[in-house]
Design a protein around this ligand. Structure first.
Ligand code: DGT
Ligand code: CA
Ligand code: CA
Length: 573
């Protein structure tokens, strides 16, 4: 996989940062900073320069030593000095330096004067009001630190659904091989396909509980066994993830699955229906008096309270119980209905594969179309394309399309929305594209009204097709920017624009509630992976999960359409 200039530059900047905390020689620090800038602004890829035998030490500010380090990064993907310095720093200083309101100078000062070396210490000092008294700090910065430490400690306990999958699937496999185990399944928010997961709730039925419980707590990633009884156990894995296991009798499997899938709010709504019918409902079954009248399957549990089966993604008490009673539940979008991906990158910008490789991977998935949407030039960090490079790319797409049968590459671009709401590409080039995905990459901190206006103004341009990752949030990393989503959606509807459900597990943006809002307002959405690698095309399943949580149906999703119909939808005039 090619190493990008930005990857190399980032490593040198990070090294400079850590050396600064270490109190290293300022000249040395400056040299790494300067090298980062030089590499960032090079018009050619350093990796390909090296492959062509170029001597990097001829570049300004790059001597023998730096040239060797660049070579190391290109060849191994690592910079051993960076790992070394990072591990030499006490506590979590390297992590603290990543907090936007801190940076290396302040981290060093906090460590030198207050001995703060981790998030906990930082939070404590901020709460006690000690930080504001330090030279170069103040109440404003202390407030920011406090907000950041609160956010991190709160969100660190919830993990992305993709991460949860990486833990969940191996545990299920492990349990399946225990003697007599039947139907192990993960209930809870994981089954509801929520964007983040607090803990995993596993359910199994079996002939004998003891071997299963024993096998569970012996799982080799278990760090602590919090509790272990006859039919339930809780462990914490080395990663910090908590996993609950419950063994239930086959007669109660459906009732238990319904109960432990939640959500709590959904269960309360279902239980109140049961009460109205003179029934009792719990994790063991549905009861009339002492008699169990249902419990083996979820379907029979729902049927007893007068409901059709409700899929897990809808179980949030967002109206699904009422809709179920009216037999008006949505016919949700499925992965099978997806005919293509409308936002992927190639190595021309910050992707890692050629357009052809991406196209072949899409064909492998049975897709009918794939939109190449590399960054526009303003996004220098991602090696955005200028007019000349984009024009060349369009020609390459034409050539490739001539070789494909039953599959089409669409000409797109991820166009930066500039601060004044104009688009970062000439009208001439925009008019040659099949579609655009337009996005904000800079100036996240505009006031809400300004940010909203900026986006709506961009939508005024007839070449605007899809608003990409509409809130800009990154789970556990970055808060969404401030916008009036209702106004944005109304403007999109009026102008024939669409919104993206970005399927990257760290984004899942639109959020589930915003998906439902789009449905209610009649705005259509595209589920797109924003793939930077061929394997990223598989993120589609997370986007579909998110869309299902937002009640969206196939007709409300752009990329369920056949190519011909889709192209019509992108024609605005
Ligand atoms: P999470 O783990 O925070 O992502 O969210 P969940 O929904 O997985 O919640 P969790 O693990 O606390 O509990 C799993 C399910 O068990 C929950 O969705 C519904 C059910 N449950 C837990 N506590 C209660 C309760 O007090 N009442 C009811 N009705 N159901 C509960
Ligand atoms: Ca859970
Ligand atoms: Ca739980």
């Amino acid at each position: 996989m090619p190493v990008h200039n930005t990857d190399i530059a980032e490593k040198f900047s990070r090294l400079a940062e850590l050396l600064e905390i270490q109190g290293a020689n300022p000249f040395r620090i400056r040299a790494y900073r300067k090298a980062a800038q030089t590499i960032e602004s090079l018009p050619h890829s350093v990796a390909s320069m090296l492959a062509e035998g170029a001597d990097l030490s001829e570049l300004p500010g790059i001597g023998e030593d730096l040239a060797a380090k660049i070579q190391e990064i290109v060849q191994t993907g690592h910079l051993s000095l960076l790992d070394q310095v990072s591990s030499q720093l006490p506590g979590q200083l390297a992590e603290l330096a990543k907090i936007p309101s801190l940076g290396p100078k302040r981290v060093k000062l906090l460590y030198d004067t207050l001995g703060i070396q981790d998030l906990k210490g930082l939070a404590k000092a901020a709460q006690a009001g000690t930080i504001r008294q330090l030279h170069g700090f103040g109440p404003k910065i202390e407030e920011k630190i406090l907000a950041e430490t609160n956010r991190r400690s709160g969100s660190e306990q919830r993990i992305k659904i993709s991460t949860a999958e990486e833990f969940a699937e191996p545990i299920l496999d492990y349990l399946r091989s225990a003697k007599g185990v039947k139907d192990p399944i993960i209930a809870g928010s994981y089954r509801r396909r929520k964007d983040t997961i607090g803990d995993l709730d596993i359910l199994v039925t079996c002939t004998q509980a003891k071997p299963v419980m024993d096998r569970f707590v012996a799982y080799d990633e278990v760090e602590t066994v919090v509790s272990k009884g006859h039919t339930r156990a809780t462990v914490v894995l080395r990663s910090g993830l908590q996993v609950d296991l419950r063994v239930v009798p086959e007669d109660s499997y459906g009732a238990a699955l319904q109960y432990f899938t939640g959500s709590k709010a959904h269960n309360i709504a279902v239980r109140s229906l049961a009460v109205k019918k003179g029934l009792k409902i719990n994790e063991y079954g549905v009861f009339r008096g002492e008699t169990r009248i249902a419990g083996r399957t979820e379907e029979e549990v729902y049927a007893q309270v007068g409901l059709p089966y409700i899929v897990p993604e809808l179980r949030e008490n967002w109206g699904e119980v009422e809709a179920g009673l009216r037999h008006a539940l949505p016919d949700l979008i499925t992965l099978n209905a997806i005919r293509g991906d409308l936002h992927v990158h190639s190595k021309a910008s910050d992707g890692h594969f050629s357009i052809k490789d991406m196209a072949l991977a899409a064909q492998e998935k049975g897709y009918e179309y794939l939109a190449i949407c590399d960054h526009s030039q303003r996004v220098t960090i991602a090696h955005g394309l200028n007019a000349k490079r984009l024009a060349a790319q369009l020609e390459e797409i034409d050539r490739l399309n001539d070789t494909f049968k039953g599959f089409t590459l669409l000409k797109g671009a991820e166009v930066d929305i500039l601060e004044d709401g104009s688009l970062d590409l000439s009208d001439d080039l925009l008019s040659r594209l099949d579609l655009t995905v337009c996005a904000i990459h800079y100036k996240f901190n505009l006031p809400r009204a300004k940010q909203t206006e900026r986006i709506i103004r961009a939508m005024d341009h007839p070449a605007f097709s899809i608003l990409a990752h509409p809130t800009g949030r990154m789970l556990n990393e970055r808060e969404p920017y401030e916008i009036d989503m209702e106004q944005v959606m109304a403007a999109a509807l009026e102008r024939g624009c669409y919104l993206e459900i970005n399927a990257q597990p760290v984004r899942l943006d639109l959020t589930d509630l915003h998906c439902k809002m789009a449905k209610d307002m009649g705005v259509k959405a595209a589920i797109s992976t924003d793939a930077h690698r061929t394997t990223d095309l598989d993120f589609m399943r997370f986007g579909v999960g998110q869309a299902r949580r937002g009640w969206l149906e196939p007709t409300e999703i752009l990329n369920t359409r056949r190519l011909k119909e889709l192209k019509k939808l992108f024609r605005r005039t």
